[in-house]
Ligand binder design. Structure first.
Ligand code: 26Q
Length: 811
């Protein structure tokens, strides 16, 4: 399909006329956005129809990626890019005196995710489609995405994210494909001709209505589907009987209780909370998704015996684990299959990714909660557990300890990670070290029992959004230097290595970085009225605020640097701008206090005239995918300073690297693999290793007070939290002081402080040698191809899902 400029322009103007009855002169910016998006959507939809047709006809296997989160961000820009319309569109809009960036910014981010896990799902969809792979997403159409963060007097305040307010051009509601999901009630067991049957009675019925979003591949004809489910009151159950009796309130209450299911994304990240509505969400989308998959499967194939040769179901963390008992239920209760056949199909269809080793994030639901909400599902989980424990007994007779450690149901809880491992054929971690820790520590018992299930798939990011779209200047420079092959083969970025020391290439790279920094500086000036020096080091930590990610370590380094400069105004340091961004879970007190601390410190430092602008601190409000696209290209230093062993992988680290920033980080998650790629000379590594951290946890031997008492810098900084040095915080920072010292600093902030400061000092000196610094940047870009999600998805496709490309023809 080639589209001419004239044609594009004509169609755009026609859209304005047909959709709004307006000429270009009359149209508002939002009209223009809608017209443009709907035009792009029309092109995509044609390919979508063709893709669906070919998938229906081909006998190839398809994968469904089940995730409670898809953090897509804005779609106009990425759809234009993947449809090869960016340049054409820019030219046409320029002729019409329209700034495409302004138009793009009118779209709301689809912020249906908390952080890494949700964004990973979005990157995977982009790679699946771009690699011609038949792979679809399944999730929830939250009416409200992750809250919008406002900073008021230094504190985080949460506002609802009403992202659907102006409608969503990319989705198509499919009421004819709605399915019923049942909650509560009881199960009647009958014996029919010697066979047990299970009838779910007295349940509450919820209608699941799908909204489909097209996922267009890059420069190909593939358009896959992201199906998001919305909960609605089933008409027949919108209790008209009580309505007619005049019990109007009851009927309305019922409607709201049903709609609550898809109302809002839970804002907790890496922390488990026992909330019934969250469990309802999980079952709701899993049941709806599986019912629609089975329905479609039956249209295509006669027998279920090939189900797992044709369908792969992937669960993104344990959140969709109920897919295991739900598929069992459908196969047995609805399709009449026996346990053994159903179990074989289920355990050959489902694969599971673990994203954390932190115990506070591992899901477990109280037995009673699960049993009363999902009585039939609970029965099935109970049976899975019985059979599993019997197997364990056969292998480890008498080893009660081990059996109770591994049981799916124990201590009054259903343990979702155990269920996920038992009921799937593949369990993967998201970086080498993470998988190693899973096998050797967290899931050691399971690895002993099922060694063949465990494997690693190091995370990746789509280089199309995070380089091609986010950093057009760098993309052009790369293409001018090594040609365009890297766009389809990201590992070709390695050809840049030849230019690592080339001074004219370095000059160009420096120009690009400076321009990107100046765009970010402008944003900061416009939004916060703060002047920052674009020649200073842009030292950036953007990610969820969490104790294990150690924003506090970064803050303490800034405080120490500030203390040193105040003591010696002539101290020779490279000017630095410390940039933070990230949201705290609304109920996570310490994380919210960390935000207040950063903002308080920023106001002290930014207003101190005596330090000659050597240090600036900025907290970027409402960190989101769109803001991230501005931040990565403008960064010099990438802060990846989690306590070793705690960050399963990290993916921000990859986005920084791909944009030429240099990492300062611990040997944690994918930082290790980044170091292996770029070499020790092109990364700043410091701090405890994962083994050292795990040893402290197992055997003790660390006392935070020892460091407080022996390192005068640490003592000064911690005292500054409580002695009035930081104004207007009502003694609140005392809680950070107490947390670190009386809780024995569970994430080793104080322990790693000295090594971190030393490494920051080394980094400061290295930055002064412009050419050496740029060489490091080039090495990072050149080796970032390994972290394209295309490579990751290829490994999932070959190693786990066993899916092959389906080439879609021009419609
Ligand atoms: C669970 C139950 C109840 C409420 C919320 C949750 C919940 C929600 C989100 C639990 C965890 C999350 C998100 C976790 C997450 O983003 N993990 C990150 O996943 C990335 C992709 O693999 C990794 O790179 C990060 O290291 C990991 O922290």
């Amino acid at each position: 399909m080639t589209i001419s400029k004239e044609n594009f322009k004509k169609t755009f103007l026609e859209k304005l006329a047909t959709m709004y009855g307006k000429s270009i002169e009359e149209a508002s910016d939002i009209d223009k956005y809608m017209a443009l998006a709907s035009l792009v959507r029309d092109y995509i939809n044609k390919k979508w129809v063709q893709t669906n047709k070919q998938y229906m006809e081909s006998g190839e296997k398809e994968v469904y990626y089940f995730s409670l989160e898809f953090l897509l961000g804005k779609l106009l820009g990425s759809n234009l890019l993947n449809m090869q319309l960016t340049e054409l569109c820019k030219e046409v809009l320029a002729e019409l005196n329209i700034d495409i960036n302004e138009i793009e910014n009118l779209e709301s981010d689809a912020g249906l995710g908390n952080g890494g896990l949700g964004r990973l799902a979005a990157c995977f969809l982009d790679s699946l489609a771009s690699l011609h792979l038949p792979g679809h997403g399944c999730g929830i159409r939250y009416k409200y995405g992750l809250f919008e963060q406002k900073i008021v007097d230094g504190y985080q305040v949460e506002l609802p994210d009403n992202w659907l307010r102006d409608g969503n051009v990319w989705e198509i509601r499919k009421p004819d494909k709605a399915v019923e999901v049942k909650f509560g009630g009881n199960v009647k067991v009958d014996n029919v001709d010697g066979r047990l049957t299970f009838t779910h009675e007295n349940y509450e019925s919820v209608l699941a209505v799908p909204y489909d979003i097209p996922i267009a591949g890059y420069n190909n004809n593939t358009v896959n589907t992201l199906r998001l489910w919305s909960a609605e009151a089933a008409k027949k159950d919108f209790d008209f009987s009580s309505f007619s009796r005049g019990d109007y309130m009851k009927a309305v209450e019922y409607k709201y209780s049903v709609e609550a299911i898809s109302q809002v994304l839970y804002p907790d990240d890496s922390y488990y909370e026992n909330r019934v509505l969250r469990l309802k969400q999980q079952y709701f989308f899993v049941s709806a998704g599986l019912q629609s998959i089975v329905r479609r499967y039956k249209k295509k194939y006669k027998s279920f015996s090939h189900f797992s040769d044709k369908i792969a179901i992937h669960i993104n963390d344990t959140h969709p684990t109920l897919a295991i008992p739900e598929l069992m239920r459908i196969l047995m209760d609805e399709e009449g299959m026996g346990w053994d056949d159903a179990w074989k199909i289920t355990t050959n269809a489902i694969s599971y990714t673990n994203h954390t080793i932190m115990s506070e994030a591992l899901e477990k639901w109280p037995i009673e909660t699960l049993r009363s909400l999902l009585p039939r599902i609970y029965m099935i989980i109970h049976e899975i557990n019985e059979r599993f424990c019997r197997e364990l007994w056969n292998k480890y007779p008498g080893d009660w300890d081990r059996i109770s450690r591994m049981a799916v149901i124990a201590d009054g809880y259903v343990k979702m990670a155990h269920l996920a491992v038992v009921g799937s054929y593949s369990v993967n971690g998201v970086a080498k070290i993470h998988t190693r820790i899973l096998k050797q520590e967290v899931m050691k018992d399971f690895h002993d029992f099922y060694p063949y299930k465990f494997n690693n798939k190091t995370n990746g990011i789509t280089h199309r959004r995070w380089l091609l779209k986010a950093n057009p200047l760098l993309s052009s420079l790369i293409t001018d230097t090594i040609g365009p092959s890297w766009i389809n083969h990201p590992w070709d970025l390695i050809n840049l290595i030849k230019y690592a020391d080339n001074s004219s290439f370095q000059d160009e790279l420096a120009k690009v970085k400076l321009q990107n920094k100046s765009s970010l500086a402008k944003l900061i000036k416009d939004k916060y009225n703060l002047d920052i020096d674009i020649h200073s080091i842009f030292d950036v930590q953007v990610k969820r605020i969490h104790a294990y990610k150690r924003q506090l370590l970064n803050v303490f380094h800034i405080m120490d640097l500030y203390n040193r400069v105040r003591e010696n105004p002539y101290l020779d340091i490279t000017p630095r701008t410390f940039i933070f961004g990230g949201k705290a879970a609304p109920g996570y007190y310490l994380a919210k206090l960390t935000i207040k601390l950063i903002n308080t410190l920023a106001s002290v430092i930014n207003n101190d005239k005596t330090i000659q602008d050597k240090i600036k601190v900025v907290f970027l409000e409402n960190y989101s995918v769109s803001l991230a696209e501005m931040v990565f290209p403008a960064s010099d230093v990438s802060e990846q300073i989690s306590t070793a062993s705690k960050e399963a992988s990290g993916t921000g680290n990859m986005k920084f690297m791909m944009n030429g920033a240099v990492t300062i980080g611990t040997l944690d998650g994918a930082n290790i693999e980044i170091k292996d790629e770029v070499g020790n000379d092109n990364i700043f590594i410091f701090g405890l290793t994962a083994d050292e951290v795990l040893n402290f946890y197992h055997y003790g031997g660390y006392n935070a007070w020892d460091i407080y008492n022996s390192d005068s810098r640490v003592k000064t900084i911690l005292n500054q939290l409580i002695n009035g040095f930081l104004p207007n915080a009502n003694d609140e920072f005392k809680n950070i002081f107490n947390y670190l010292l009386y809780n024995n600093d569970e994430f080793f902030v104080l322990k790693d402080f000295s090594a971190y400061v030393d490494t920051q000092n080394r980094l400061d000196h290295r930055f002064r040698n412009k050419s050496k610094w740029l060489t490091m940047g080039v090495h990072n870009i050149a080796h970032s191809g390994k972290f394209s999600s295309d490579g990751t998805i290829n490994e999932y496709a070959v190693g786990i899902w066993k899916i092959k490309p389906v080439f879609i023809s021009e419609e």
